[in-house]
Design a protein around this ligand. Structure first.
Ligand code: PLP
Length: 425
């Protein structure tokens, strides 16, 4: 029996309506930007396997780093113990993160990185004797699926079943062109009306919302407002981190520095789960006291897993090589040219690009909801053509691994052009 059939018996997939969904593809091999299914069909992974993989599948260097660490010290508890990979990775991260970041808290996935950030923010005020518990977040934000992260997320059908049981969150519009002022007013209003502990945002690009891009200047202004009202700012760089926007972090475009930063996805080059919540010294200091109760009582069994840390160190080293930086620039250049071409296409709206991210909307009269019929037609079309893309409603986006070749990029572009023709007509 094929994997596809055997899967059906015992597996439960993410974001999947199993009654109507088509069977998952059984993938047996990956190399660089390519994946192969169990029938031998080849696919270009144009979304880096949900944004995790910048350096290619089955990367030898990352595999060597993993093997070396696994045969030296695979894991040790992080409560009361430490180890070199964690120390080295923390030192490395602090050297590349915005200069106000001083402390690294490890966990295992993006949602948890956000969960920890929110707990840090609320307890920060609690420890100082202030009760502030409300979070401000953007409309259509995505911060993950655990309870705190889910509360901060604004994609309503993801969270509908849990309404009334979530953290209190006030939502403001993203400062898209023309909406900068509205966004600022709504933030100020939220802060005056509620006891706001934190303002959380995906800096410059809202990923799951369909790669919505907004300007750094507008975000700088929002951060300034939050800071002037003693509200902690949390940058969720889980998707944008490690080169996606053309700089190491999206925050590198800003003049302001967020208080807390969440990282995951590309941190280990798409190999094994690891996440980071980084914070300023000031936030950390609010947890230091003679009173044990002021400590951050949060932890995970696999926290700072040495193998994950060792791979992350190698991944950051690869990110910083001239070769990778050239690759990012190369993709940026190709994307810019393709955006120009898309702008001339009457069936395309709002073509945009930042770093290696490219997105646009297909004009259509069909059902454009998140998992609507247009989305499914597009998805199936791409899979049929051997391109892995996951449109969001009528938004098509590309987020390729940095090692994608020019020929592969051109192939992705041309299949997208075919899809537009197919769907729009
Ligand atoms: C994917 C994502 C998360 C959640 O990360 P998981 O590892 O899937 O839990 C959180 N925030 C952003 C911005 C993301 O893109």
């Amino acid at each position: 029996m094929k994997l596809q059939q055997r899967d059906e018996k015992h597996l439960w997939h993410p974001y999947t309506q199993h009654q109507t969904a088509s069977k998952p593809l059984g993938i047996v091999k990956g190399k660089d930007a390519l994946l192969w299914d169990e029938d031998g069909k080849e696919y270009i992974d144009a979304i880096s396997s949900w944004w995790v993989n910048p350096f290619g599948h089955s990367n030898e260097l990352l595999a060597q780093a993993a093997y070396k660490q696994l045969t030296q010290l695979e894991h040790v508890l992080f409560g009361g113990f430490t180890h070199e990979p964690a120390v080295l990775l923390a030192e490395k991260l602090i050297s590349i993160l915005p200069s106000n970041q001083q402390k690294i808290f490890f966990s295992d996935n993006g949602s948890t990185a956000v969960e920890v950030a929110i707990k840090m923010a609320i307890q920060y005020f609690f420890n100082k004797g202030e009760k502030k518990h409300v979070i401000v977040a953007f409309e259509n934000a995505f911060h993950g699926d655990t309870f705190g992260a889910m509360a901060a997320s604004g994609i309503s059908f993801f969270t509908e079943s849990f309404k009334g049981q979530l953290l209190e969150v006030v939502r403001i519009p993203i400062p898209e062109k023309g909406k900068e002022q509205l966004s600022e007013e709504k933030l100020k209003e939220a802060i005056t009306k509620h006891k706001v502990a934190a303002f959380i945002f995906e800096p410059l690009v809202q990923g799951a919302a369909g790669m919505k891009i907004y300007a750094e200047k507008a975000l700088d202004n929002l951060i300034k407002i939050a800071k002037s009202h003693n509200v902690i700012t949390i940058a969720d760089e889980v998707m944008t981190g490690f080169g996606r926007t053309g700089k190491t972090f999206a925050c590198d475009y800003l003049s302001e520095q967020p208080d807390i930063i969440c990282l995951s996805k590309a941190l280990t080059g798409g190999t094994i789960p690891l996440a980071v919540t980084s914070a300023t010294q000031e936030i950390f200091d609010a947890f230091c006291d003679e009173d044990v109760n002021k400590a951050l009582f949060h932890g995970h069994t696999y926290m700072a897993n040495p193998t994950g840390c060792a791979i992350a160190l190698e991944a950051i080293r690869i990110l910083q090589t001239d070769e990778t930086q050239q690759n990012i620039k190369r993709i940026e250049q190709h994307h810019k040219e393709f955006v120009q071409k898309l702008n001339d296409n009457p069936n395309v709206e709002n073509a945009r690009t930042l770093g290696v991210i490219l997105a646009f909307e297909v004009k259509t009269s069909g059902n454009t909801s998140y998992y609507g019929s247009i989305r499914n037609r597009l998805y199936d079309f791409f899979i049929e053509k051997g391109i892995i893309l996951r449109p969001v409603g009528n938004t098509i986006y590309i987020l390729p691994p940095y090692i994608v070749t020019n020929a592969q990029l051109q192939r992705i572009y041309s299949v997208i052009e075919e899809a537009i023709k197919e769907i729009a007509s």
